[in-house]
Design a protein around this ligand. Structure first.
Ligand code: ADP
Length: 490
Protein backbone atom coordinates (compact mmCIF):
# COMPACT_ATOMS: atom_id res chain seq x y z
CA UNK A 1 0.00 0.00 0.00
CA UNK A 2 1.21 3.48 -0.87
CA UNK A 3 0.82 6.42 1.47
CA UNK A 4 0.01 9.82 0.01
CA UNK A 5 -0.85 13.21 1.38
CA UNK A 6 -2.63 15.75 -0.77
CA UNK A 7 -1.64 19.36 -0.21
CA UNK A 8 -4.12 21.98 -1.36
CA UNK A 9 -2.37 25.23 -2.30
CA UNK A 10 -5.04 27.84 -2.93
CA UNK A 11 -3.14 30.86 -4.29
CA UNK A 12 -4.20 34.29 -5.50
CA UNK A 13 -4.45 33.50 -9.19
CA UNK A 14 -4.47 29.72 -9.22
CA UNK A 15 -5.40 26.82 -7.00
CA UNK A 16 -3.60 23.50 -7.05
CA UNK A 17 -3.54 20.11 -5.43
CA UNK A 18 -0.24 18.30 -5.03
CA UNK A 19 0.09 14.56 -4.44
CA UNK A 20 2.92 13.92 -2.00
CA UNK A 21 4.42 10.46 -1.60
CA UNK A 22 5.09 10.04 2.11
CA UNK A 23 7.51 7.11 1.77
CA UNK A 24 9.46 8.54 -1.16
CA UNK A 25 9.34 11.98 0.56
CA UNK A 26 8.61 13.80 -2.67
CA UNK A 27 5.71 15.22 -4.63
CA UNK A 28 4.71 13.06 -7.57
CA UNK A 29 1.83 14.78 -9.32
CA UNK A 30 -0.08 18.03 -9.32
CA UNK A 31 -3.04 19.70 -10.91
CA UNK A 32 -3.72 23.39 -10.97
CA UNK A 33 -6.41 25.66 -12.32
CA UNK A 34 -6.80 29.39 -12.68
CA UNK A 35 -8.92 31.60 -10.45
CA UNK A 36 -10.45 34.63 -12.14
CA UNK A 37 -9.85 37.99 -10.55
CA UNK A 38 -12.76 40.41 -10.64
CA UNK A 39 -12.21 44.18 -10.73
CA UNK A 40 -15.56 45.92 -10.09
CA UNK A 41 -13.67 49.24 -9.91
CA UNK A 42 -9.99 50.11 -10.42
CA UNK A 43 -8.86 49.69 -6.82
CA UNK A 44 -11.14 46.75 -5.97
CA UNK A 45 -10.07 43.09 -6.28
CA UNK A 46 -12.54 40.26 -5.74
CA UNK A 47 -12.83 36.56 -6.51
CA UNK A 48 -15.84 34.30 -6.67
CA UNK A 49 -15.71 32.12 -3.54
CA UNK A 50 -17.84 29.40 -5.21
CA UNK A 51 -15.32 29.23 -8.02
CA UNK A 52 -12.42 29.02 -5.52
CA UNK A 53 -14.07 26.02 -3.89
CA UNK A 54 -15.18 24.36 -7.15
CA UNK A 55 -11.71 24.62 -8.75
CA UNK A 56 -9.99 23.46 -5.57
CA UNK A 57 -12.37 20.53 -5.30
CA UNK A 58 -11.84 19.44 -8.89
CA UNK A 59 -8.02 19.46 -8.47
CA UNK A 60 -8.36 17.58 -5.19
CA UNK A 61 -10.62 14.92 -6.70
CA UNK A 62 -8.28 14.47 -9.65
CA UNK A 63 -5.40 13.80 -7.24
CA UNK A 64 -7.48 11.37 -5.16
CA UNK A 65 -8.41 9.46 -8.28
CA UNK A 66 -4.85 9.26 -9.48
CA UNK A 67 -3.97 7.07 -6.47
CA UNK A 68 -4.52 3.31 -6.84
CA UNK A 69 -7.01 3.39 -4.03
CA UNK A 70 -8.72 6.18 -2.10
CA UNK A 71 -7.48 4.58 1.10
CA UNK A 72 -3.89 5.29 0.02
CA UNK A 73 -4.62 8.95 0.79
CA UNK A 74 -3.84 9.38 4.47
CA UNK A 75 -4.77 13.03 4.72
CA UNK A 76 -5.34 16.45 3.18
CA UNK A 77 -3.42 19.59 4.23
CA UNK A 78 -4.27 23.16 3.25
CA UNK A 79 -2.29 26.31 2.50
CA UNK A 80 -3.77 29.46 1.08
CA UNK A 81 -3.57 33.09 -0.03
CA UNK A 82 -3.72 35.04 3.21
CA UNK A 83 -5.95 37.94 4.38
CA UNK A 84 -8.54 37.35 1.61
CA UNK A 85 -11.93 37.19 3.32
CA UNK A 86 -15.19 35.34 2.65
CA UNK A 87 -18.58 35.84 4.32
CA UNK A 88 -20.86 32.81 4.11
CA UNK A 89 -24.13 31.57 5.54
CA UNK A 90 -23.51 29.39 8.59
CA UNK A 91 -26.45 27.12 7.83
CA UNK A 92 -26.10 26.63 4.07
CA UNK A 93 -22.37 27.33 3.48
CA UNK A 94 -23.33 29.70 0.65
CA UNK A 95 -21.08 32.73 0.15
CA UNK A 96 -22.94 35.99 0.77
CA UNK A 97 -20.62 38.14 -1.36
CA UNK A 98 -17.51 37.75 -3.51
CA UNK A 99 -14.29 37.07 -1.62
CA UNK A 100 -12.45 40.36 -1.02
CA UNK A 101 -8.86 39.73 -2.03
CA UNK A 102 -5.83 40.86 0.02
CA UNK A 103 -4.78 43.20 -2.81
CA UNK A 104 -8.05 45.13 -2.66
CA UNK A 105 -7.64 48.78 -1.65
CA UNK A 106 -11.31 49.61 -0.92
CA UNK A 107 -10.64 50.26 2.76
CA UNK A 108 -7.39 52.22 2.32
CA UNK A 109 -8.93 55.52 3.37
CA UNK A 110 -10.72 53.99 6.34
CA UNK A 111 -7.42 52.55 7.58
CA UNK A 112 -5.68 55.88 7.09
CA UNK A 113 -8.32 57.60 9.21
CA UNK A 114 -7.86 55.02 11.96
CA UNK A 115 -4.12 55.70 12.18
CA UNK A 116 -4.15 58.74 14.47
CA UNK A 117 -6.38 57.24 17.15
CA UNK A 118 -5.49 53.56 17.03
CA UNK A 119 -2.31 53.17 14.95
CA UNK A 120 0.14 52.45 17.71
CA UNK A 121 -2.34 50.36 19.72
CA UNK A 122 -3.10 48.16 16.72
CA UNK A 123 0.57 47.80 15.76
CA UNK A 124 1.55 46.73 19.26
CA UNK A 125 -1.36 44.39 19.76
CA UNK A 126 -1.27 42.66 16.37
CA UNK A 127 2.32 43.06 15.11
CA UNK A 128 0.91 44.32 11.80
CA UNK A 129 1.28 47.63 9.97
CA UNK A 130 -1.79 49.82 9.50
CA UNK A 131 -3.00 48.79 6.08
CA UNK A 132 -6.09 47.80 4.12
CA UNK A 133 -4.28 44.59 3.20
CA UNK A 134 -5.36 42.78 6.40
CA UNK A 135 -8.82 41.23 6.85
CA UNK A 136 -10.48 43.29 9.61
CA UNK A 137 -11.31 46.38 7.56
CA UNK A 138 -12.59 44.16 4.74
CA UNK A 139 -15.02 42.43 7.13
CA UNK A 140 -16.17 45.82 8.34
CA UNK A 141 -16.74 46.90 4.75
CA UNK A 142 -18.91 43.82 4.11
CA UNK A 143 -21.00 44.52 7.21
CA UNK A 144 -21.43 48.16 6.20
CA UNK A 145 -22.20 47.56 2.54
CA UNK A 146 -23.89 44.22 1.92
CA UNK A 147 -27.64 44.45 2.39
CA UNK A 148 -28.86 42.72 5.54
CA UNK A 149 -25.42 41.33 6.39
CA UNK A 150 -24.98 43.25 9.63
CA UNK A 151 -28.33 42.08 11.04
CA UNK A 152 -27.64 38.52 9.96
CA UNK A 153 -24.16 38.68 11.53
CA UNK A 154 -25.56 40.06 14.78
CA UNK A 155 -27.91 37.07 14.90
CA UNK A 156 -24.81 34.85 14.57
CA UNK A 157 -25.88 33.42 11.21
CA UNK A 158 -22.79 34.50 9.28
CA UNK A 159 -19.28 33.05 9.12
CA UNK A 160 -16.39 35.39 8.32
CA UNK A 161 -13.25 33.50 7.46
CA UNK A 162 -10.05 33.54 5.44
CA UNK A 163 -9.69 30.99 2.63
CA UNK A 164 -8.27 28.24 4.92
CA UNK A 165 -11.36 28.56 7.07
CA UNK A 166 -13.75 28.57 4.11
CA UNK A 167 -12.14 25.49 2.52
CA UNK A 168 -12.07 23.61 5.85
CA UNK A 169 -15.78 24.38 6.34
CA UNK A 170 -16.70 23.24 2.82
CA UNK A 171 -14.53 20.11 2.80
CA UNK A 172 -15.92 18.90 6.13
CA UNK A 173 -19.52 19.52 5.08
CA UNK A 174 -19.92 22.45 7.47
CA UNK A 175 -18.70 20.54 10.53
CA UNK A 176 -15.53 22.54 11.13
CA UNK A 177 -15.53 26.31 11.57
CA UNK A 178 -11.87 26.92 12.33
CA UNK A 179 -8.89 28.96 11.16
CA UNK A 180 -5.25 28.20 11.74
CA UNK A 181 -3.27 30.60 13.88
CA UNK A 182 -0.99 31.85 11.08
CA UNK A 183 -3.97 32.96 9.02
CA UNK A 184 -5.65 34.36 12.13
CA UNK A 185 -2.56 36.47 12.86
CA UNK A 186 -3.19 38.32 9.58
CA UNK A 187 -6.77 39.36 10.32
CA UNK A 188 -5.81 42.31 12.58
CA UNK A 189 -8.22 40.87 15.15
CA UNK A 190 -5.78 38.59 16.95
CA UNK A 191 -3.61 39.52 19.92
CA UNK A 192 -0.14 38.41 18.80
CA UNK A 193 0.80 37.54 22.42
CA UNK A 194 -2.23 35.58 23.62
CA UNK A 195 -3.26 34.27 20.17
CA UNK A 196 -6.91 35.01 21.03
CA UNK A 197 -9.23 37.46 19.36
CA UNK A 198 -8.90 40.77 21.14
CA UNK A 199 -12.10 42.41 22.44
CA UNK A 200 -10.83 45.95 21.87
CA UNK A 201 -9.93 45.17 18.24
CA UNK A 202 -13.34 43.54 17.70
CA UNK A 203 -14.94 46.70 19.08
CA UNK A 204 -12.88 49.04 16.87
CA UNK A 205 -13.89 47.17 13.71
CA UNK A 206 -17.40 46.36 15.01
CA UNK A 207 -17.15 42.63 14.36
CA UNK A 208 -19.22 40.09 16.38
CA UNK A 209 -16.96 37.39 17.81
CA UNK A 210 -19.57 34.68 17.25
CA UNK A 211 -19.08 35.06 13.49
CA UNK A 212 -15.37 34.25 13.67
CA UNK A 213 -13.80 30.80 13.40
CA UNK A 214 -12.12 29.05 16.33
CA UNK A 215 -8.34 29.50 16.18
CA UNK A 216 -6.44 26.22 15.98
CA UNK A 217 -2.79 25.09 15.80
CA UNK A 218 -1.20 24.45 12.39
CA UNK A 219 -1.00 20.68 12.97
CA UNK A 220 -4.51 20.15 14.34
CA UNK A 221 -6.90 17.62 12.87
CA UNK A 222 -9.87 19.49 11.44
CA UNK A 223 -12.34 16.85 10.34
CA UNK A 224 -12.97 14.57 7.38
CA UNK A 225 -13.56 14.94 3.68
CA UNK A 226 -15.78 12.16 2.44
CA UNK A 227 -15.09 10.72 -0.99
CA UNK A 228 -16.56 7.54 -2.47
CA UNK A 229 -17.64 6.45 1.00
CA UNK A 230 -14.10 6.90 2.42
CA UNK A 231 -13.44 9.47 5.14
CA UNK A 232 -10.12 11.21 4.50
CA UNK A 233 -8.75 13.26 7.42
CA UNK A 234 -8.30 16.98 6.81
CA UNK A 235 -5.36 18.02 8.95
CA UNK A 236 -2.73 20.76 8.84
CA UNK A 237 -3.19 24.36 7.72
CA UNK A 238 -1.01 27.45 7.34
CA UNK A 239 -1.00 30.62 5.25
CA UNK A 240 1.17 30.43 2.11
CA UNK A 241 4.28 32.30 3.32
CA UNK A 242 4.28 30.45 6.63
CA UNK A 243 3.76 27.12 4.86
CA UNK A 244 6.83 27.93 2.77
CA UNK A 245 8.78 28.65 5.98
CA UNK A 246 7.81 25.17 7.19
CA UNK A 247 8.38 23.54 3.79
CA UNK A 248 11.87 25.05 3.79
CA UNK A 249 12.49 23.78 7.35
CA UNK A 250 13.39 27.18 8.81
CA UNK A 251 12.99 25.94 12.35
CA UNK A 252 15.77 27.76 14.25
CA UNK A 253 15.99 31.48 15.08
CA UNK A 254 17.93 33.21 12.28
CA UNK A 255 16.76 30.71 9.63
CA UNK A 256 15.08 32.51 6.73
CA UNK A 257 13.37 31.80 3.50
CA UNK A 258 13.16 34.14 0.56
CA UNK A 259 10.69 33.66 -2.26
CA UNK A 260 11.88 35.32 -5.46
CA UNK A 261 8.67 35.66 -7.45
CA UNK A 262 6.91 38.68 -8.91
CA UNK A 263 7.69 40.28 -5.54
CA UNK A 264 10.24 39.17 -2.97
CA UNK A 265 8.98 37.74 0.32
CA UNK A 266 11.26 37.16 3.24
CA UNK A 267 10.33 35.38 6.47
CA UNK A 268 12.83 35.30 9.32
CA UNK A 269 12.43 32.96 12.28
CA UNK A 270 12.69 35.03 15.50
CA UNK A 271 11.95 32.28 18.02
CA UNK A 272 9.32 31.97 20.71
CA UNK A 273 8.59 35.64 21.49
CA UNK A 274 6.93 38.23 19.28
CA UNK A 275 9.03 41.37 18.75
CA UNK A 276 7.30 44.51 17.49
CA UNK A 277 9.38 46.13 14.76
CA UNK A 278 10.33 49.80 14.74
CA UNK A 279 11.10 49.64 11.01
CA UNK A 280 7.77 48.64 9.56
CA UNK A 281 8.42 44.91 9.45
CA UNK A 282 5.44 42.71 10.14
CA UNK A 283 5.53 40.37 13.13
CA UNK A 284 3.63 37.24 12.40
CA UNK A 285 3.02 33.77 13.78
CA UNK A 286 5.48 31.56 11.90
CA UNK A 287 3.82 28.36 13.01
CA UNK A 288 2.32 26.70 16.03
CA UNK A 289 3.10 22.99 16.14
CA UNK A 290 2.71 20.65 19.10
CA UNK A 291 1.28 23.54 21.11
CA UNK A 292 4.43 25.66 20.76
CA UNK A 293 4.43 28.99 18.93
CA UNK A 294 7.30 30.26 16.81
CA UNK A 295 7.22 33.83 15.51
CA UNK A 296 8.68 35.38 12.39
CA UNK A 297 9.46 38.77 10.92
CA UNK A 298 8.07 39.29 7.47
CA UNK A 299 9.22 41.78 4.90
CA UNK A 300 8.34 42.16 1.28
CA UNK A 301 9.77 43.96 -1.71
CA UNK A 302 7.01 44.85 -4.17
CA UNK A 303 9.07 44.51 -7.34
CA UNK A 304 11.57 41.70 -7.83
CA UNK A 305 10.91 39.28 -10.73
CA UNK A 306 8.55 41.93 -12.07
CA UNK A 307 11.57 44.15 -12.83
CA UNK A 308 13.04 41.32 -14.94
CA UNK A 309 9.67 41.15 -16.65
CA UNK A 310 9.93 44.87 -17.30
CA UNK A 311 13.33 44.45 -19.00
CA UNK A 312 11.79 41.65 -21.04
CA UNK A 313 8.41 43.15 -22.02
CA UNK A 314 8.81 46.88 -21.38
CA UNK A 315 12.29 47.31 -22.88
CA UNK A 316 12.41 44.15 -25.03
CA UNK A 317 15.97 43.31 -23.91
CA UNK A 318 15.44 39.53 -24.14
CA UNK A 319 12.72 36.97 -24.83
CA UNK A 320 12.61 34.87 -21.68
CA UNK A 321 13.24 35.89 -18.07
CA UNK A 322 15.91 33.21 -17.78
CA UNK A 323 17.91 34.89 -20.58
CA UNK A 324 18.72 37.60 -18.04
CA UNK A 325 21.33 35.31 -16.52
CA UNK A 326 23.42 34.85 -19.65
CA UNK A 327 23.25 38.57 -20.42
CA UNK A 328 24.30 39.53 -16.88
CA UNK A 329 27.23 37.14 -17.05
CA UNK A 330 28.41 38.60 -20.36
CA UNK A 331 29.91 41.54 -18.43
CA UNK A 332 32.42 41.29 -15.59
CA UNK A 333 30.49 43.60 -13.24
CA UNK A 334 27.65 46.13 -13.23
CA UNK A 335 29.92 48.85 -14.67
CA UNK A 336 28.82 51.20 -11.86
CA UNK A 337 25.13 50.96 -12.82
CA UNK A 338 22.49 50.68 -10.06
CA UNK A 339 18.80 50.19 -10.74
CA UNK A 340 16.27 50.81 -7.97
CA UNK A 341 13.02 49.08 -9.01
CA UNK A 342 10.68 51.39 -7.09
CA UNK A 343 8.03 51.08 -9.82
CA UNK A 344 5.25 51.17 -7.23
CA UNK A 345 7.10 52.84 -4.37
CA UNK A 346 9.39 51.22 -1.82
CA UNK A 347 8.23 48.93 1.00
CA UNK A 348 10.17 47.77 4.07
CA UNK A 349 12.40 49.19 5.45
CA UNK A 350 11.95 52.47 3.51
CA UNK A 351 8.15 52.81 3.26
CA UNK A 352 8.23 55.53 0.64
CA UNK A 353 5.13 55.15 -1.48
CA UNK A 354 5.92 58.10 -3.76
CA UNK A 355 9.41 56.88 -4.73
CA UNK A 356 9.71 55.76 -8.35
CA UNK A 357 12.22 53.63 -10.22
CA UNK A 358 15.65 54.93 -11.14
CA UNK A 359 18.78 53.88 -13.03
CA UNK A 360 21.96 55.69 -12.07
CA UNK A 361 25.65 55.50 -12.89
CA UNK A 362 25.12 55.49 -16.67
CA UNK A 363 28.14 56.17 -18.89
CA UNK A 364 28.67 55.81 -22.64
CA UNK A 365 30.12 52.38 -21.95
CA UNK A 366 26.84 51.16 -20.41
CA UNK A 367 25.14 48.35 -22.32
CA UNK A 368 21.93 46.42 -21.86
CA UNK A 369 24.01 43.73 -20.16
CA UNK A 370 24.97 46.17 -17.38
CA UNK A 371 21.35 47.23 -16.92
CA UNK A 372 20.26 43.61 -16.75
CA UNK A 373 22.97 42.80 -14.26
CA UNK A 374 21.98 45.82 -12.16
CA UNK A 375 18.35 44.64 -12.19
CA UNK A 376 19.23 41.19 -10.88
CA UNK A 377 21.62 42.67 -8.32
CA UNK A 378 18.82 44.93 -7.07
CA UNK A 379 16.90 41.89 -5.82
CA UNK A 380 19.93 40.80 -3.80
CA UNK A 381 20.48 44.29 -2.32
CA UNK A 382 16.78 44.57 -1.41
CA UNK A 383 16.99 41.28 0.47
CA UNK A 384 20.03 42.61 2.35
CA UNK A 385 18.05 45.75 3.30
CA UNK A 386 15.44 43.48 4.88
CA UNK A 387 17.88 41.13 6.55
CA UNK A 388 19.82 44.02 8.11
CA UNK A 389 16.79 45.26 10.04
CA UNK A 390 15.55 41.76 10.77
CA UNK A 391 18.77 40.64 12.38
CA UNK A 392 19.27 43.94 14.23
CA UNK A 393 15.75 43.93 15.70
CA UNK A 394 15.65 40.25 16.54
CA UNK A 395 19.14 40.21 17.99
CA UNK A 396 19.76 36.96 16.11
CA UNK A 397 22.19 36.97 13.21
CA UNK A 398 21.03 35.60 9.89
CA UNK A 399 22.21 31.98 9.61
CA UNK A 400 21.04 30.66 6.26
CA UNK A 401 18.71 31.51 3.40
CA UNK A 402 16.50 28.86 1.84
CA UNK A 403 15.34 30.12 -1.52
CA UNK A 404 12.38 29.42 -3.78
CA UNK A 405 10.19 31.11 -6.41
CA UNK A 406 10.70 31.57 -10.16
CA UNK A 407 13.81 33.76 -10.07
CA UNK A 408 15.63 31.46 -7.61
CA UNK A 409 16.43 29.33 -10.66
CA UNK A 410 18.92 32.05 -11.66
CA UNK A 411 22.39 30.84 -10.55
CA UNK A 412 24.01 34.23 -11.05
CA UNK A 413 21.42 35.86 -8.79
CA UNK A 414 21.73 33.19 -6.08
CA UNK A 415 25.54 33.35 -6.11
CA UNK A 416 25.46 37.13 -5.91
CA UNK A 417 22.87 36.97 -3.13
CA UNK A 418 25.17 34.77 -1.05
CA UNK A 419 27.97 37.33 -1.48
CA UNK A 420 25.76 40.28 -0.54
CA UNK A 421 24.30 38.58 2.54
CA UNK A 422 27.47 36.80 3.57
CA UNK A 423 25.57 33.57 4.32
CA UNK A 424 24.98 30.41 2.26
CA UNK A 425 21.90 30.18 0.04
CA UNK A 426 20.34 26.73 -0.03
CA UNK A 427 18.15 25.84 -3.01
CA UNK A 428 15.96 22.75 -2.54
CA UNK A 429 15.14 20.03 -5.06
CA UNK A 430 11.44 20.37 -4.29
CA UNK A 431 10.41 23.74 -5.75
CA UNK A 432 6.89 23.97 -4.33
CA UNK A 433 7.82 24.85 -0.74
CA UNK A 434 4.33 26.11 0.04
CA UNK A 435 2.53 22.87 -0.79
CA UNK A 436 5.33 20.96 0.88
CA UNK A 437 4.75 22.86 4.13
CA UNK A 438 1.06 21.88 4.10
CA UNK A 439 2.00 18.24 3.46
CA UNK A 440 4.47 18.29 6.38
CA UNK A 441 1.86 19.79 8.73
CA UNK A 442 -0.61 17.10 7.71
CA UNK A 443 1.95 14.33 8.29
CA UNK A 444 2.91 15.73 11.72
CA UNK A 445 -0.71 16.19 12.81
CA UNK A 446 -1.65 12.65 11.77
CA UNK A 447 1.44 11.28 13.53
CA UNK A 448 2.79 9.86 10.30
CA UNK A 449 6.06 11.46 11.35
CA UNK A 450 7.63 13.50 14.11
CA UNK A 451 8.19 17.25 13.79
CA UNK A 452 11.89 16.71 14.57
CA UNK A 453 12.23 14.33 11.58
CA UNK A 454 10.98 16.87 9.04
CA UNK A 455 14.42 18.40 8.24
CA UNK A 456 15.56 14.96 7.05
CA UNK A 457 12.77 15.07 4.43
CA UNK A 458 14.19 18.15 2.73
CA UNK A 459 16.72 17.66 -0.06
CA UNK A 460 19.13 20.39 -1.19
CA UNK A 461 19.73 20.82 -4.90
CA UNK A 462 22.54 23.36 -4.65
CA UNK A 463 24.29 25.56 -2.08
CA UNK A 464 25.75 28.94 -3.02
CA UNK A 465 28.54 30.00 -0.65
CA UNK A 466 29.91 33.50 -0.08
CA UNK A 467 33.64 34.08 -0.70
CA UNK A 468 33.87 36.95 1.79
CA UNK A 469 35.38 39.27 -0.85
CA UNK A 470 35.13 42.84 0.50
CA UNK A 471 34.15 44.33 -2.85
CA UNK A 472 30.56 43.21 -2.20
CA UNK A 473 30.32 45.52 0.81
CA UNK A 474 31.38 48.36 -1.44
CA UNK A 475 28.67 47.42 -3.97
CA UNK A 476 26.06 47.38 -1.20
CA UNK A 477 27.23 50.82 -0.05
CA UNK A 478 26.70 52.13 -3.59
CA UNK A 479 23.20 50.63 -3.64
CA UNK A 480 22.29 52.47 -0.42
CA UNK A 481 23.41 55.73 -2.01
CA UNK A 482 21.26 54.98 -5.07
CA UNK A 483 18.19 54.31 -2.89
CA UNK A 484 18.74 57.58 -1.04
CA UNK A 485 18.65 59.46 -4.34
CA UNK A 486 15.38 57.89 -5.34
CA UNK A 487 13.44 58.44 -2.10
CA UNK A 488 10.69 61.00 -2.45
CA UNK A 489 10.67 63.66 0.22
CA UNK A 490 7.03 63.41 1.36
P1 ADP B 1 4.69 34.41 -8.88
O1 ADP B 1 4.34 33.13 -8.20
O2 ADP B 1 4.95 35.56 -7.96
O3 ADP B 1 3.78 34.79 -10.01
P2 ADP B 1 7.04 32.96 -9.88
O4 ADP B 1 7.59 32.38 -8.63
O5 ADP B 1 6.41 32.06 -10.87
O6 ADP B 1 6.12 34.20 -9.58
O7 ADP B 1 8.26 33.74 -10.61
C1 ADP B 1 8.05 34.47 -11.77
C2 ADP B 1 8.89 35.73 -11.76
O8 ADP B 1 10.28 35.37 -11.74
C3 ADP B 1 8.68 36.54 -13.02
O9 ADP B 1 8.57 37.90 -12.65
C4 ADP B 1 9.94 36.33 -13.86
O10 ADP B 1 10.30 37.50 -14.53
C5 ADP B 1 10.98 35.95 -12.83
N1 ADP B 1 11.92 34.90 -13.32
C6 ADP B 1 11.62 33.64 -13.70
N2 ADP B 1 12.72 32.97 -14.06
C7 ADP B 1 13.76 33.81 -13.90
C8 ADP B 1 15.19 33.70 -14.10
N3 ADP B 1 15.76 32.57 -14.49
N4 ADP B 1 15.93 34.80 -13.83
C9 ADP B 1 15.37 35.94 -13.37
N5 ADP B 1 14.04 36.10 -13.17
C10 ADP B 1 13.25 35.06 -13.43
Amino acid sequence: MMKYIIAIDEGTTSTRAVLYDLEGKRSVLQKSSQIKQIYPNPSYVEENANEIYAETLSSLVEMIESADSVSDIVGIGITNQRETIVAWDKATGKPLYNAIVWQCRRTAEYMKNLEAEYGSFIRNRTGLVMDAYFSASKIKWLMDNVDGLREKAERGEVCFGTIDSFLAFKLTGGKAFVTDVTNASRTMLLDINTLDYDDELLRIFGIPKKCLPRVIDCDERIGEFEYAGVKIPVCGMAGDQQAALIGQCCFAPGDSKITYGTGLFMLYNIGYKPIISQNGLITTVGYRIGGKTTYAFEGSVFNAGSSVQWLRDGLGLFRHSKDSEELALSVKDNGGVYLVPAFTGLGAPYWNSEARGMICGLTRATTKAHITRATLEAMAYSARDLSEVMSAESGTPLSIIKCDGGASANDFLMGFQAEILGVPIDRPTEKESTALGAAYLCAIGLKECDFKDIPSFRATEKIFKPTGDQKYERYYGEWKKAVKRCLYDE
